[in-house]
Design a protein around this ligand. Structure first.
Ligand code: NOJ
Length: 531
């Protein structure tokens, strides 16, 4: 699953902002390999997830929706969206869109009505309360954005506070109100009828709050594993009935799916959203994203999740999205960011489950420095949202094939080497590594659907097997910047081990390896075929 941030993917009309027409023109880059375009080089993903493209005043770059059933003119029209679905499906690409059910823009007509008077019929579509006697907000809940502070804003004209889990321009919908729930279900049907293949459900854990709005036990801004399950403002038991009802709507249509933005930092609580047949099909695992670059830590999370999920549950793994620093920057402690990003690619694409790949990660794009006068996001996320470089600026100009205009956020200053065109023809590039890995997943049943079992090879090397009845791969990942040798022979029976791929572009595939003395270079990952 490839995540597209439409503002930064491809600009079709030269205004410096990506749009649907630009995206359609670039679809061939993404589609699965093979018929009917056997010779064109492609990345080779199965599906795309589009972050919001709905009409929005952009207080939170589209996550403040002002109309759930239309396209913002910046991106095009509903007709353009229909064309996108058709063109994507023609290329065997599924299309998942973002659904933002927990809050609307305060510019949404529903909120305008709700805020017009205390007795407006839409008043109860949002969460309104009187303040405390001393003039303080109704409770101690905080916005998820540190800069915002309390999750309540006082509305002077009607002299009550309204709840916003994010920015004040994003008012929380009241999911205690059945009319809200029904209306939001109809939004799903609107897009399902147009042929979308599923939804990424924004902030799904926020659909379940304490109806009594009790204070959190402490002031919580940034969630931690310690606060998971102890809060009244999210992930309450009432969320699961709501998820079940959403799933029922999806199941009215054949072959559609849900992936939850389940931001709960406790894997057991995460697993509760994945009840087979009733929950979301996939759940984003933020515990995984928050791990340090450590073999033991990451193995612990993967093994822990595999052990607790119910039979039939299918994991989903991701390292990056539009809310987090990019991989090559996040794990860079002294220049190893690029090599580690290659190890992470091997990990992501060989774990059991669906990998989510954020646009630009396939090029090893680092965060882009955004000068203070160009900052637009309230929460410091601009550096991971800058435009995708398609071609070298020396041949197409400073827009690097993303735009002929002025990009809305700065283009990376590394676009000369980090761009799709240059990397596509370079077998040593990050893009070539991703393409190879994606093709292996497509053609090797063990990597696609085989069992997973990790091995004990010490604290610094994460080693695991992926196996079906007749195919086996061993993955060994060195999380340190020193060479290391491990002995995997004790836990793996088999006669021969052959190197299928190394993340080190200088190491050739094909060599026979000895499992009792597997040598890994600094920041190197190996994919080994066993027989
Ligand atoms: C999660 C989205 O990914 C993020 O970008 C947004 O700010 C919040 N949800 C609020 O919708």
């Amino acid at each position: 699953m490839y995540q597209i941030y439409p503002r930064s993917f491809a600009d079709g009309d030269g205004d410096g902002i990506g749009d649907l027409a630009g995206l359609v023109r670039r679809l061939d880059y993404l589609r699965p390999p093979g018929e009917p375009w056997p010779d064109t080089p492609t990345l080779g993903v199965d599906a795309i997830w589009l972050t919001p493209f709905y009409p929005s005043p952009l207080a939170d770059f589209g996550y403040d929706v002002a109309d759930y059933t239309d396209v913002d003119p910046t991106f095009g029209t509903l007709e353009d969206f229909k064309a996108l679905i058709e063109e994507a499906h023609r290329r065997s690409l599924r299309v998942i869109i973002d659904w933002v059910p927990s809050h609307t823009s305060t510019e949404h007509p529903w909120f305008r009505e709700a805020s017009s008077s205390r007795d407006n019929p839409k008043r109860d579509w949002y969460v309104w309360r009187d303040g405390k006697a001393d003039g303080a907000p109704p409770n101690n809940w905080m916005s998820a954005f540190a800069k915002v502070g309390p999750a309540w804003t006082f509305h002077e004209p009607t002299r009550q506070w309204y709840l916003h889990s994010y920015r004040p321009e994003q008012a929380d919908l009241n999911w205690e109100n059945p009319e809200v729930e029904r209306t939001m279900h109809d939004v799903l049907r609107f897009w399902l009828d147009l042929g979308v293949d599923g939804f990424r459900v924004d902030a799904i854990h926020r659909l379940g709050k304490d109806p009594a709005l009790r204070d959190n036990p402490e002031i919580i801004v940034v969630p931690t594993p310690g606060t998971a399950g102890r809060r009244y403002d999210e992930d309450r038991p009432n969320v699961h009935g709501r998820v079940r009802a959403i799933r029922k709507v999806i199941d009215e249509y054949p072959d559609r799916m849900l992936v939850g933005e389940t931001y709960v930092l406790d894997q057991r609580r995460l697993g509760a959203y994945l009840n087979p047949g009733e929950g979301v099909h996939l759940a984003h695992n933020f515990v995984f994203v928050h791990q340090p670059w450590s073999a033991a830590a990451i193995r612990g999370v993967v093994d822990g999740f595999e052990a607790l999920i119910a039979p039939g549950v299918w994991p989903a793994w991701f390292f990056s999205n539009h809310d987090h620093p990019r991989l090559a920057t996040r794990y860079d402690e002294g220049g190893q960011g690029a090599a580690r990003a290659r190890v992470a690619a091997l990990l992501l694409l060989t774990l059991r489950g669906t990998p989510f790949l954020y646009q630009g990660e396939e090029l090893g794009l680092p965060d882009t420095t955004v000068p203070p006068d160009a900052i637009v996001d309230v929460d410091g996320r601009d550096p991971a949202r800058t435009p995708l470089p398609w071609e070298p600026p020396s041949s197409v100009g400073p827009g690097a094939g993303f735009t002929t205009g002025n990009p809305w956020l700065p283009m990376t200053d590394q676009a000369e080497t980090i761009n799709v065109h240059s990397q596509a023809s370079d077998p040593r590039s990050m893009l070539s590594l991703y393409r190879r890995l994606l093709r292996l997943r497509l053609t090797m049943p063990a990597l696609r659907s085989g069992d997973y079992r990790s091995l004990d090879t010490g604290e610094t090397v994460y080693t695991y097997l992926r196996a079906t009845d007749d195919q086996r791969f061993l993955v060994a990942l060195n999380f340190t910047s020193a060479p290391v040798q491990v002995d995997a022979a004790a836990s793996v029976e088999g006669r021969s081990a052959r190197l299928e791929l190394s993340t080190d572009p200088d190491r050739e595939a094909g060599a026979e390896l000895h499992l009792s003395a597997l040598a890994l270079g600094p920041d190197e990952g190996l994919l080994i075929r066993l027989s």
